[in-house]
Design a protein around this ligand. Structure first.
Ligand code: SF4
Length: 371
């Protein structure tokens, strides 16, 4: 099967990085007035040269988002099912070499957690696990999804890369969206962050969205871990990946997330600092380039940033998140994957969204459309 790898191999990290950093003010002005923006324009919008045009970019991003999506923000909550992991990732609290108490939720514990999330108002849930296929595998996922789909109209998953057949099984069982993050597209340093386990196979991860697309999953979510490598270059490759997928698997929808490296037990400091204004620039660049892209902001971000970003391009937000298995009620003391920054409740976030003139959406999909 022809995959994104064949496209990716035509690009070189240093060449793209130089192109981004050598962008001129004139190029930014030219790109801003184009009616149809290309990936070349996206590269220009994320450049340092575009920074002085941030206000203009934010206004356009606001208008484009309102035109395509209306004034809505989809609400969702992550639910961590397991912190078991067979990989070593130098930036993650669940890394195999981190001596923490490991936990995988049982059916009863899942029920307790989802009851709590339903009480908070959620109808869209993101199921997250580490990568431990001896315990948390396709059989576990199918059982969990079968149990959970009775209570939520939309199920998203962020689990280890699977085969096309396994994604098809998830799809037919009720999974609506699959998130998979390459972390960094810098092939040469990828191995340094992922020294052990299946995740150290750069190509297998790179080709995962193709398998998700082949399986006909409704929505595919991509992203890079911002802070590992130069965020501008990594984001160009992430957009290149989305561009390829959108053209090939055109029946699926696409979303992008912006995990910024956050503190966690035993992890590295970010190599590259990304300021709030950089993240705003990146969100606006995605919107200016791609009007259909769903844009998600998690509770990794601070309260002020999250409040201000509501009208500027995002379409979904998590709220009141716990990043440890059982974190909502079953086992509040277990180790989290990373520290959240915005700890306000879902209802508080919904109120803030309303005060900004936007509508918090708890349900925008019905499972009867899924199969
Ligand atoms: S990032 Fe994912 S694969 Fe890596 S250690 Fe954490 S949970 Fe495991």
């Amino acid at each position: 099967m022809n995959t994104f790898k064949s496209v990716f191999e035509n690009y070189d990290w240093n060449t793209i990085q130089n192109k981004i950093y050598l962008t001129t003010e004139k190029e930014v002005k030219n790109s801003l007035v184009k009616t149809k923006k290309s990936l070349d324009d996206f590269l220009i919008f994320i450049s340092p040269a575009a920074k002085p045009f941030l206000e203009e970019m934010a206004q356009t991003s606001h208008l484009l988002t309102k035109k395509r999506f209306g004034k809505i923000i989809q609400m969702y909550a992550p639910m961590y099912l397991s912190n078991e992991c067979q990989n070593i990732c130098t930036y993650c609290g669940f890394s195999l070499d981190n001596k923490i108490r490991r936990k995988t939720l049982t059916e009863e514990e899942i029920f307790i957690e989802i009851t709590e999330l339903k009480k908070a108002g959620f109808d869209t849930i993101l199921l997250v696990t580490g990568e431990a296929s001896h315990k948390v595998n396709i059989d576990y996922f199918l059982k969990a999804v079968t149990q959970i789909k009775e209570h939520f109209s939309s199920i998203l998953v962020e689990v280890q890369p699977l085969s096309t057949e396994e994604y098809q099984q998830l799809h037919s069982t009720g999974v609506h969206s699959v998130m998979i993050y390459q972390e960094t597209y810098h092939r040469e340093v990828y191995k340094e962050y992922h020294p052990k386990g299946k995740k150290s196979n750069f190509d297998f991860r790179l080709e995962t969205p193709d398998r998700i697309g082949e399986a006909g999953i409704h929505k595919i979510g991509l992203g890079v871990l911002l802070g590992l490598e130069d965020w501008r270059t990594d984001s160009f490759f992430n957009a290149l990946h989305i561009d390829y997928l959108q053209k090939k698997y055109w029946k699926s929808n696409y979303s992008v997330s912006f995990p910024r490296l956050r503190p966690a037990e035993g992890i590295i400091e970010p190599n590259f600092i990304m300021e709030d204004s950089d993240l705003l620039q990146l969100i606006c660049a995605y919107r200016l380039w791609n009007e259909d892209l769903e844009i998600s902001i998690s509770t990794r971000e601070n309260e002020k940033f999250r409040d201000n970003i509501i009208p500027l391009g995002v379409t979904s937000m998590s709220a009141g998140s716990k990043t440890n298995p059982g974190g909502y009620i079953v086992d509040v003391e277990s180790l989290e994957q990373f520290e959240t920054s915005d700890e306000r409740s879902a209802q508080t976030i919904a109120k803030i969204i309303s005060e900004k003139g936007y509508q918090p959406i708890w349900k925008n999909w019905d499972k009867s459309y899924t199969i």
